[in-house]
Design a protein around this ligand. Sequence first.
Ligand code: IPE
Ligand code: IPE
Ligand code: MG
Length: 246
Amino acid sequence: MDLKSEINEENLPQHIAIIMDGNGRWAKKQGMLRAFGHENGAKSVKVTVETCARIGVKNLTLYAFSTENWNRPKLEIDTLMKLLVSSLKRELKSLIENNIKLTTIGNTDKLPKSIQKELLEVITKTKDNTRMTLTVALSYGSREELISAVKKITSKVKNNIISIDAIDEAIINEHLYTQNLPDVDLLIRTSGEHRISNFLLWQIAYAELYFTDVLWPDFTEDHLYEAIISYQKRERRFGKTSEQIK
Ligand code: IPE
Ligand code: IPE
Ligand code: MG
């Protein structure tokens, strides 16, 4: 069965976010080092990005490195950083050809200078692209993002730029790293773990959650279609009754 043909293009999630997990276990299963898993995970990233753009998803956010991932062994962090630079270099052409805009969320100041430079180049060269926004969460933690938003807002209150009474959802949204993105509609996590791991806590308030046992390097176009088809079968009620929706 051709899964792609089952997708209703009128009801695509506007924003898909993915916790790409399982690279290490994938490598271990075949007696290889974790780095091998990350290298193969990069291939799944490429397929997922290009497929989302092709079918018309407007926003894709990928969790690549968390604030907690800084606690991994230095060797693994170095490997991940090197892989990131080489992937950015390699994929710039494809991002431009596919009209995809790259942005990041997270505390990228903490990343090595070589990565910051490469990121800046790709962000600048793709900034006017309009087909899809690809956001990479790098050195990202949702709690850190919320703390940073609280600091920015309270400083504006202190300086009489906004009043306490004016603080609402829109103001909070504007002060998050994701300020220009819509809420997440579909959150996917691979590798069988059923947790959020400090990812987009505010933005997933009403997201549909989709967990799969597939390890990230094994994640294919068809697995993405399966997730979207599952999303499209659900009724999103946003607190209302089913009768109100129909
Ligand atoms: C996801 O795979 C990639 C990152 C977190 C950077 P893992 O490296 O977490 O792989 P597992 O969970 O150990 O299998
Ligand atoms: C979450 O994966 C972070 C990324 C996918 C980048 P982890 O593998 O680090 O998550 P935990 O620590 O097992 O929850
Ligand atoms: Mg993991």
